[in-house]
Design a protein around this ligand. Sequence first.
Ligand code: BES
Ligand code: MG
Ligand code: ZN
Length: 501
Amino acid sequence: MELKIENNNIPLKNQKLEALVVFVAEDTDVNGSGLKDLPDELNKQLSTSLKLRIFNGKKGSSQHFVSGYTKIPQMLAIGVGKKNELDAETLRRAAGKAGKMLPALKANTVGFVLTSLLQNTTETDAGQVLVEGLTLGAYEFNTYKKQENNKSNTKFIKIHCCDPEKLTSLNALKNGKILADGTNMARTLGNTPANDLKPKDLAAEAKKIAKQYKMECTVLEEKDMKKLGMGMLLGVSRGSREPAKLIVLEYSHQKAKQTVALVGKGVTFDSGGISLKPGKNMDEMKFDMCGAAAVLGAMKVIGEINPKLNVVAVIPTTENMPDGDAQRPGDIVTAHNGKRVEILNTDAEGRLILGDALSYVVKEFKPDAVVDLATLTGAVITALGHLTTGAITNNDDLMEQVRKAGINSGDRVWQLPSFPEYGESIKGKYADLQNIGVGDSGTIIGGLFLEHFIDGTPWVHLDIAGTSWNVKHIGYHPNSGATGVGVRLLVDLVQNWKTLK
Ligand code: BES
Ligand code: MG
Ligand code: ZN
């Protein structure tokens, strides 16, 4: 299902659509939700439903109407909650809910009404946010379903922003679509099974983006990694027949004064290696490249919107498999920055491949800041569930920018403590470092391991193991599978970038 976005300033009474989406605030009547110009027939239906309290406009509520009004035979009312609590994220989720219901409407031209009530609640253009939510909500992963695949091939839905008051612009609406499309691309990369998405396929995606948006793309092969001394990445890759890759994708802007590096974990399948994971839910480890997917999705959006900043994306990508030649617990490898690392658990592989990638990017590109995204630890799910990304940082100012980007985008982030004592247990017994610590707080320990490879560069590590898949109760996220978390967060960060203090 592909959405095509249009903007029109036709009065509601003259609109001709197969279905119309309206957003209704809690405990209001039709006028109170800014819909007084709704055609009489639809107005009557909605009023009655509100009066009888069949529908109340609460967050998460919705009602579908079928009317005899031939110009608009269907209406979908979506609750947005209390007027004075309205914000961009509420609108995005409400639109997401509408997006999820789109297939059931079986309509090819669908409008939604933009009112000043909605526009005044958010700093971001409400039209943009609504298109973003709709496009995210309408996402489906059908690649491997013959029947639905055939259906969706023919499905092309025109979405009209009905904007009689001229509150938004086609440009803003398109921005919403671009953000959602980048996120949906990351979702599809995440959902694609590991037999069809290998390190070489992530590299091909990066090359495609580079070609489309005139970026620079270099893919380092294992022989290059050997020369560069990336013993941690190579150690993980030994267990797999698929060669590892280190993808470098560079976006630059002529007027850029600063460079931000984005690093994403690209383990296309994590079996755990010799420290093999249990069989239950191991299939979910195809999501272990969602950090890489977020970075690629963000780069695609960046290519569309041309921010005034240099952005270098680095993706270490490999499978983590238990081959006869795989690395063993107890092995000691040398990292790109020369540190020796004892592998105590081959399943703590994300920090190994990221460590080499971080060390490489700070040395070669000297970025002003680095943000890494990784499905690094199961422990972050214990700490924060699936609704908030966990963060570790060495720079409060950068952390604050990332936190704000989280609020703006809906990809919310929460900083975890990183007192140095947490890092004591990864100091090595036989080497400089070891790849796991002892005791709890695994997410913090994983983050602090990475800090050994950042050479003091301002840095935020984002553990997206919880937020990147199987998120429930958010209107614009699918009920299962990859969420594309991080794409809109990174784009917001880059767009609103401020030189660090
Ligand atoms: N890919 C996993 C993290 C993960 C686990 C994501 C569960 C989603 C759900 C990562 O590579 C891993 O295996 N981490 C280990 C680290 C441990 C050995 C210190 C973990 O979290 O168990
Ligand atoms: Mg290999
Ligand atoms: Zn692992």
